[in-house]
Design a protein around this ligand. Structure first.
Ligand code: UD1
Ligand code: CA
Length: 453
């Protein structure tokens, strides 16, 4: 059985009061449209179709080849939107799931129940409903005596009696494809709003005496739809709880889930502990046995195993195993800290590799540099990598000792075992095992290196 999803995403989203198309507003790090596409993956067999309109260019650009796009222009309502998929899908699928792209919390499992209900339904379609005290402007479900659906009544046309109905239209439908296209043509324009409402397709079915089945869903949270930023924040909170719960069930400790913000794409290994007020954004991958936070922001970074990251900000960084950083470390793109690196407070590293066992305890800036294994970077060391026009590299060897407050004026190389005196301004390459001091630094003596290990 071929199952195809059609997502309606052409509406203006007026109530969001935003320049960004509604369906591109992010929820735990991904646009709401992504969440819907993701949930549908497990139920559909064909590439989904997204109906775009308002902000079509931006939405299409985001979608890329995640889905097919069709343009709805002008936007004449949800029924008219669904009809735009006909040229792409007619004769090509057995079943069509139609849903709204502003319902990002619906789960794959819920769509599966809907498809299953429709498979057993002699009628042409089934839809999802929920019972809730707060109707949030959703369409009300009017049932026949036999339990089939008689109508969906939109709130603004509902009578007082209909408004009191607690069963609501969620906005997910499963249709027999060959019936759908013709039925969509028969929806009449709603006289009040000058739009074709998908919800009026119930009327088309009942006119033909076809039964419409409803799947009553028991999780109201999943059915949060986003029309305003208030709804967006509610959906974000619900999604965050869901993500955090999943991590905890997978063996991650969250000391305070309420102040832990993990994007949907992040990956965290077992026995890692996340302390309060921590943000893990983007495609971050964190291994096992780490302690992250409190007060930490990590974006698009990779962290190995058994690391400690305290009160720090990481972006585009790579930490191998047993790395210990913070408090107040800042790692920017291209920072690569190999195993057993220690980086203390107020350090910044960008586009640099710190090899095994490098120690950088206090107040330093390391940019466009390679630092050899077991080198010690004294407090206040700066790589002067920028001359106002270009960035220049600094190469520091192994077992080097950089004295406090050293300025390393790049381009520059320091050989293995070199040392600099406190306050040195190093402008020339330093041979291995050599001590340089002063401003500008000059060599004063050859050193004898203690061999380690
Ligand atoms: C809709 C339903 C309502 C349901 C609610 C659940 C209709 C008429 N009403 O109301 O019964 O309870 O969702 O969330 O369907 N769209 C288009 N083209 C258009 C108009 C809308 O693609 O011409 C898209 C929007 O981008 C949006 C979706 O359809 O993603 C739903 O539209 P929206 O205006 O949000 O409908 P609701 O008022 O929420
Ligand atoms: Ca909506």
């Amino acid at each position: 059985m071929k199952v195809t999803a059609v997502l309606l995403a052409a509406g203006q989203g007026t109530r969001m009061k935003s320049d960004l198309p509604k369906v591109l507003h992010p929820l735990c790090g991904k646009p709401m449209l992504w969440h819907v596409l993701e949930a549908l993956k497990s139920v559909t067999t064909e590439k989904p179709v997204v109906v775009v309109g308002h902000g079509a260019e931006a939405v299409r650009k985001y979608i890329g080849d995640l889905a097919e796009c069709v343009l709805q222009e002008p936007q004449l309502g949800t029924g008219h939107a669904a009809l735009q998929a006909e040229p792409l899908l007619k004769g090509k699928t057995d079943v069509v799931i139609v849903t709204y792209a502003d319902m990002p919390l619906l789960r794959g499992e819920t769509f599966r129940q809907l498809v299953e209900t429709q498979r057993l339904n002699p009628g042409p379609f089934s839809l999802l409903t929920v019972i809730a005290d707060d109707p949030r402007g959703f369409g009300r479900i009017v049932r026949n005596a036999d339990g089939t659906v008689a109508a969906i009544v939109e709130e603004y046309v509902a009578t007082a009696e209909q408004r009191a109905i607690k069963e609501l239209n969620v906005g997910a439908y499963c249709f027999q494809a060959d019936w759908l296209w013709e039925a969509l043509q028969r929806i009449e324009k709603n006289p009040k709003k000058d739009e074709y409402y998908l919800t009026d397709i119930v009327e088309v079915a009942t006119r033909d005496h076809f039964p419409v089945q409803a799947v009553l869903h028991d999780d109201f949270v999943e059915t949060i739809g986003i029309n305003s930023r208030v709804h967006l924040s509610e959906a974000e909170a619900a999604m965050r709880l869901r993500i955090n719960r999943e991590h905890m069930l997978n063996g991650v400790s969250l000391m305070d889930p309420a102040s832990t913000y993990i994007d949907v794409a992040a990956n965290i290994g077992r026995d890692t502990t996340i302390m309060p007020n921590t943000y893990i954004h983007g495609n971050t991958i964190i291994g096992e046995g780490n302690v992250i936070g409190p007060n930490t922001i990590i974006r698009d970074s990779r962290i190995g195993n058994r690391c400690k990251v305290l009160a720090s900000v990481l972006e585009g960084a790579l930490l191998e195993d047993d790395v210990d950083i913070g408090p107040f470390a800042r790692l920017r793109k291209g920072a690569h800290l190999k195993s057993h690196v220690h980086m203390g407070n107020f350090g910044e590293v960008k586009d640099s590799t710190l090899h095994e066992g490098v120690k950088m305890g206090h107040f330093s800036y390391i940019g466009n540099a390679t630092i050899g294994a077991n080198t010690n970077i004294g407090a206040g060391t700066i790589t002067c990598n920028y001359d106002g026009e270009k960035k220049h590299p600094t190469e520091i060897g192994e077992d080097v000792f950089i004295g406090s407050d050293t300025m390393l004026v790049a381009p520059l190389k320091l050989g293995d075992g070199a040392r600099t005196g406190a306050g040195a301004v190093v402008t020339k390459n330093v041979p291995e095992d050599t001590l340089v001091v002063g401003v500008p630094a000059r060599a004063i003596r050859k050193l004898e290196r203690k061999k380690k290990g």
